[in-house]
Design a protein around this ligand. Structure first.
Ligand SMILES: Nc1ncnc2c1ncn2[C@@H]1O[C@H](COP(=O)(O)OP(=O)(O)OP(=O)(O)O)[C@@H](O)[C@H]1O
Ligand SMILES: [Mg+2]
Ligand SMILES: [Zn+2]
Length: 735
């Protein structure tokens, strides 16, 4: 398809014999001058899709990339191949920047790397106007999307800058794009009828597994094992504290590694990255800022110490393993309680409009409407600020909207913050409150999806491919679910299943309130909706006159268990959403609405009609919670029922306590109460071995006054054993 000269260039300049998969087609599209969108997995070879055209085209190719830290490596690599490339960014002194720009104007470079902030510099934009610009490559293009996991506000300025410099052809590249993000890229960069290339996301050489882990010690053991068996890899942790914890452990075990997190000084971070890229050390322990664009093919494992915030982030991170195509292992050490950390991040990234206004009010009250303080110092002074991250996010948003300016102070690390329109009152700020709420809800929904994969029994690879819009894939055969032989399959429904789904969703809609913007606000929990579908005569249903709804009794031929399982499936698939809080309510999502109206056919992991009477392990979703509240996974019915449900899915009492963020004693009390009231499907034998029950029953007085008196008689028995045994045998009535 390309000219012989092209193949020669490929070999001579890049040292590659042939193009990989779709590279050739993509390059042909780019060379034709058409806007092009490239979605290719991590390590798929996106760079060549703009570096190669850059050499073939006359004039300059501008590459926009978010990570200044990695630019130098890329430029150096090009230089080694004899390609004239340079970077212009804040690591250069102003004098150096001027020199570079002059050289660019003189046409001395073929490829120039910049970060999107560069467009804020007038002199740079003007310089671009005077050169022949043949191509602009927007790398990591998902950063332009608020729905992406790596949103960079400066990416939003690219579209406008392009118009200003005469709208050269654009190639946008990303490794991660759900259909949402994809359409956002096209919109925000104003791509003109782009050719879209979506290359296969399947990574057959990765074996993915998600392992339940109870304790930090258990996680450290697993990491140690991976590190010693697999030798080279990355261990991702959600927080700096965890990075340090893991690093200390590896250090004690004598395992060579480098550690990386945002709390380290720039210099140290660069050094850590450098050491890892140059293969001086085999293992990196890092927060997720590490590794974007890292090109090291020989990583045999990627471990996640904490659950990532989205499937996008997860897949991008595991995607750094096995780029050389050799078998590699990816293990996520899952503990439901860790989702709290991600929720905290989401809360930090999504300050509420009220909080943003509070911060603005504080700024406006400062002398001269100007503050020169670090974020940490500012955070201390602002009332009601519970999540420090939220301050940074709020300031970024005010900056983006033109209400404030964050400016550099010569010779200092802290930035100044100045109001640009001090006459504007907090009440008059245009923040687009609705969009902020939608964004927060989306972020929570992404986290829910990540939790859903952890609990699902669908092949991990298939689940992920389905999430990215790749249909009709087969189970991978090597993830932990496939290996367990208990795999469920995502498929289109039978006509009955599809019909049932539409009916169930229309009941959800009936029991929601339609909002002005067309979205659905929930009013009832799943349990109540299912009661209505089953035509229940319960008092709650009749009192609320729900029996008058047209959906009443619509699915009365199905069992309650089936419908509960079906609703769990809907939730996993994002057709419905469940609010958090004490009494979670269910609402219909846009995807759910589209299925309800028959516009799309659902592809789900359908529950079996004959499935054992247990609901999936998925705890209630966490969307829509008020920020900074304590995690309370809300029970479907009473709090006891929720404990029972978790216990039946195989969680230990300690795990339940952790999941529900309650005291272990409280959970033990729940169990005692459930046993005393003979909760169906629960037996004391699953908690206390028979012979121990015997001893307890034998030694305890017939009239139990206090548990403590019994415990004194049975020092080797735990309170739980005593309490639950006596309750189960009707000898003790828990309150
Ligand atoms: N045609 C080719 N033949 C052989 N190797 C190639 C070819 N094209 C690219 N590669 C190699 O593939 C690896 C990954 O390429 P690249 O860094 O461009 O990936 P990427 O898609 O940009 O990944 P990321 O999403 O991490 O940025 C590199 O080592 C590169 O040298
Ligand atoms: Mg890349
Ligand atoms: Zn699988």
């Amino acid at each position: 398809m390309l000219t012989p000269l092209a193949y020669e260039t490929l070999e001579k300049r890049f040292g590659f014999r042939q193009f990989l998969d779709e590279q050739e087609e993509i390059i042909a599209s780019v060379l034709s001058g058409r806007d092009t969108l490239v979605v290719m997995p991590t390590g798929g070879g996106k760079s060549l899709c703009y570096q190669f055209p850059a050499l073939m085209l006359e004039g300059l190719t501008l590459v926009i990339s978010p990570l200044i830290a990695l630019m130098k490596d890329q430029v150096d690599a090009l230089a080694r191949r004899g390609i004239d490339a340079c970077l212009v960014n804040s690591t250069l002194t102003p004098a150096e920047q001027r020199d570079r720009i002059n050289a660019i104007i003189r046409g001395e470079y073929k490829i120039v790397y910049i970060a999107p902030e560069r467009f804020r510099h007038r002199s740079f934009v003007d310089a671009l106007k005077s050169v022949r610009l043949s191509l602009v490559a927007v790398d990591e293009a998902h950063c332009v999307s608020q729905w992406g996991h790596d949103f960079r506000p400066d990416y939003l300025g690219i579209g406008r800058a392009m118009e200003e410099i005469g709208r050269p052809p654009i190639v946008a590249l990303t490794a991660t794009a759900t259909p949402d993000v994809r359409s956002d890229i096209v919109k925000q960069l104003a791509l003109r009828e782009p050719a879209e290339f979506i290359a296969g996301f399947e990574r057959p050489n990765l074996s993915l597994s998600i392992v339940d882990t109870d304790t930090v010690a258990e996680k450290l053991k697993a990491i140690e094992k991976l590190a010693s068996e697999r030798k080279t890899g990355i261990i991702y942790a959600a927080t700096r504290k965890n990075v340090e914890k893991i690093s200390a452990h590896l250090h004690n075990e004598g395992i060579a590694h480098t550690a990386y997190h945002a709390g380290l000084p720039d210099e140290q971070r660069r050094a850590a990255q450098e050491k890892f890229i140059s293969r001086e050390v085999p293992i990196a322990v890092a927060t997720n800022a590490f590794g974007m664009g890292i090109d090291r093919g020989d990583l045999r494992f990627v471990a996640h110490f904490d659950i990532p915030g989205s499937i996008e982030a997860y897949y991008q991170e595991v995607g750094r393993a096995g780029r050389d195509g050799e078998p590699s292992e990816c293990v996520l050490l899952f503990n439901y309680a860790d989702t709290r950390t991600q929720e905290f991040f989401i809360e930090g990234a999504n300050p509420s409009p009220e909080l943003i206004r509070d911060i603005y009010i504080w700024l406006r009250a400062q002398p001269g409407h100007d503050v020169q303080l670090s974020l940490a110092d500012m955070a201390e002074k602002i009332p009601n600020l519970k999540n420090d991250m939220a301050l940074g996010s709020a300031l970024a948003l005010l900056d983006r909207r033109g209400y404030i300016e964050r400016y550099d102070i010569p010779g200092q690390r802290v930035k100044g913050t100045k109001l640009l329109k001090p006459e504007t009152t907090a009440g008059a700020l245009d923040l687009d409150d609705q969009a902020l709420k939608v964004k927060a809800a989306r972020d929570f929904a992404k986290l829910d999806k990540m939790v859903a994969i952890a609990y699902s029994r669908v092949c991990r690879q298939q689940f992920i491919l389905d999430y990215f819009g790749e249909r009709d894939t087969e189970p991978c055969g090597q993830c932990d679910v496939c290996a367990s032989g208990r795999v469920q399959v995502i498929r289109e429904g039978t006509s009955t299943e599809t019909e049932t789904t539409r009916k169930a969703l229309s009941a959800v809609a009936r029991m929601c309130t339609r909002q002005e913007d067309g979205s659905w606000a929930g009013r009832f929990g799943a349990g109540r909706i299912i009661q209505v579908l089953m035509g229940s005569h319960s008092k709650e249903v009749l009192d609320a006159r729900l029996d008058e709804l047209s959906t009443y009794g619509l699915l009365k031929s199905f069992s309650k268990n089936y419908l509960h399982n079906l609703f769990d499936t809907f939730k996993t698939a994002g057709l419905i959403e469940s609010s958090g809080g004490q009494y979670p309510v269910v609402n219909l999502t846009p995807d759910g609405e589209s299925v309800m109206r028959g516009k799309t056919t659902p592809r789900l992991c359908w529950p079996s009609l004959h499935e054992a009477p247990s609901r999936s392990k998925l705890p209630e979703a966490s969307t829509g919670k008020t920020p900074a509240t304590k995690k309370t996974v809300s029970p479907a019915g009473s709090t006891y029922q929720e404990t029972l449900r978790l216990f039946k899915t195989g969680s230990t009492l300690a795990q339940i306590a952790k999941i529900r963020d309650m005291n272990l004693t409280t959970i033990e009390d729940h169990m005692a109460r459930l046993l005393a009231t003979k909760a169906p499907g629960l037996s004391i034998d699953s908690l206390v071995p028979l012979e121990r029950q015997g001893i307890i029953l034998a030694k305890a007085p017939s009239e139990v006054t206090t548990l403590r008196s019994v415990k004194e008689l049975l020092p080797d028995y735990s309170y739980m054993e005593i309490k639950c045994t006596l309750a189960a045998h009707g000898r003790y009535r828990p309150v």
